[in-house]
Write a protein that binds this ligand. Structure first.
Ligand code: ADP
Length: 448
């Protein structure tokens, strides 16, 4: 055993993040990239680089054969998929393992189960996690849907079993609209995920999004690293995340965290995972589990002092968890702002050449980004170009530091969401932590 050369099957800030953890462990890195990313920072820093195809992700970052070939050519003995792209593709995980390459991720069968939201909900229920009331599995007949909706009460939300990234969801507030919305949800899901299966759940009026970070050793050992509050969302996409949540008590954290950790022990889960809940009136309702590293993982790193990518690599290498639950201490407060190359108010993408770049710095300020002056942000991929993560002893001090750090960040040549974050953290509701998953969109609508 012993991983010595890690292929990073991703791009952007997360590729760099993984490279950094690997190098700190004395592991060589192999970057794979599309022709559009030949000049990317992670490609420059990696020990080896292999071009895997043209710009469209389907031809490069999603091209399984090209990535496996790159691993063989470069002599990589492990693959880290990052988030997005192939990270939750059970078939790819199996192919990697079939090539005797270490998959830095959960067991393929767990990726498969949790990737199907209907199966995930069933499994979560069996493992004792509290669920959002809804259909007991997939729903295909309108009559059945009407019956379920009448039982749980309107409004309901129709969700795609294979959904992700906030897509394939329809809120329905009356029986008359059910048929049309079910058809729409089904055909959108078919187009986006190649699977028209939908299910129904109660639409919670005004919840928060609270998720727990878990880690399993694959042999029945598991821990939790507390929660993150990701309620500030636009179009079901997270914009600003914090840990701990301003509304979760120490008692709730340890109680729900333990429920999550126990579920992972029972599953013999391996690696990093996130169990997502909606939280309303003090109750948690499971919505899904992500079987990968999350974008917002650094806020957990900030308050626990643990390197989550290092932990993933260690576990993939067959080692034990580096800490026991008792050894984990939560300290202070951390916030992450996702900085996108887009208009701060219309959200229109703004790719192009970065003419000047200055990253924020100073105590407890972390910038995860592959940006540099002269870099051209390609138009083909996600618009997130940087994550600003700030830590403080208290939430108040964290926000003061975040304000200072946002002032220091300079990205010229393209538009970014920095001005939006600057206004956001002046809002009294954000300062007091009094927001739900609807807050951001309502605030944006009011500003128009
Ligand atoms: P995805 O995999 O597409 O991210 P999720 O199931 O995680 O889908 O849901 C994403 C977001 O959609 C949640 O954070 C929440 O804002 C909203 N949402 C999902 N289910 C419900 C529900 N039952 N009631 C209200 N909002 C919901």
């Amino acid at each position: 055993m012993g991983i010595s050369r890690l292929l990073i099957a991703n791009r952007g800030e997360i590729a760099l993040r993984i490279h950094r953890a690997a190098h700190e462990m004395g592991i060589e890195t192999v970057a794979v990239h599309s022709t559009a990313d030949a000049d990317a920072m992670h490609v420059r820093l990696a020990d080896h680089a292999v071009c895997i195809g043209p710009p469209p992700a389907t031809d490069s970052y999603l091209n399984q054969a090209a990535i496996i070939s790159a691993a063989e050519i470069s002599g990589a003995d492990a693959i880290h998929p990052g988030y997005g792209f192939l990270s939750e593709n059970a078939q790819f995980a199996e192919v990697v393992e079939a090539h005797d390459v270490v998959w830095v991720g959960p067991k393929p069968e767990h990726i498969r189960t949790m990737g199907d939201k209907v199966a995930a909900k069933k499994t979560a229920g069996e493992l004792g996690l509290p669920l959002v009331p809804g259909s007991d599995g997939a729903v295909s007949e309108v009559e059945e849907a009407r019956k379920i909706a009448a039982e749980i009460g309107y409004p309901v939300i129709i969700k795609a079993a294979s959904g992700g990234g906030g897509r394939g969801m329809k809120v329905c507030d009356s029986p008359e609209k059910l048929e049309t919305l079910m058809q729409q949800a089904g055909s959108e899901a078919k187009a986006a995920f190649g699977d028209a299966t939908v299910y129904i759940e109660k639409y919670l009026g005004n919840p928060r999004h609270i998720e727990f970070q878990v880690f399993g050793d694959g042999r029945g050992g598991a821990i939790h690293l507390g929660e993150r509050d990701c309620s500030l969302q636009r179009r079901h996409q997270k914009v600003f995340e914090e840990a701990p949540s301003p509304v979760i008590t120490e008692e709730d954290r340890m109680r729900m965290g333990e429920v999550c950790a126990q579920a992972m022990r029972d599953m013999q889960y391996r690696g990093a995972g996130t169990i997502e809940f909606l939280w309303e009136n003090g109750e948690f309702y499971f919505i899904e589990m992500n079987t990968r590293l999350q974008v917002e993982h650094p806020v957990t790193e900030a308050i626990t002092g643990m390197d989550l990518v290092r932990e993933q690599i260690r576990i993939a290498d067959g080692r034990d968890l580096s800490v026991t639950q008792d050894e984990i201490e939560f300290q202070g407060h951390a916030i992450e702002c996702r900085i996108n190359a887009e208009d701060p108010w219309t959200f229109a993408p703004s790719p192009g050449k970065v003419t000047y770049y200055h990253a924020a710095g100073g105590m407890h300020v972390r910038v995860d980004s592959g940006l540099y002056a002269g870099y051209s942000i390609p138009p083909y991929y996600d618009s997130m170009i940087a994550k600003l993560i700030v830590f403080g002893r208290t939430r108040e001090r964290c926000i003061m530091r975040l304000r200072r750090a946002l002032e220091e960040m300079v990205v010229e040549g393209v538009k970014t969401s920095i001005p939006m974050h600057q206004e956001l953290i002046r809002e009294p509701d954000v300062l007091s932590g009094d927001y739900t998953i609807k807050w951001l969109e309502e605030w944006l609508a009011k500003r128009e």
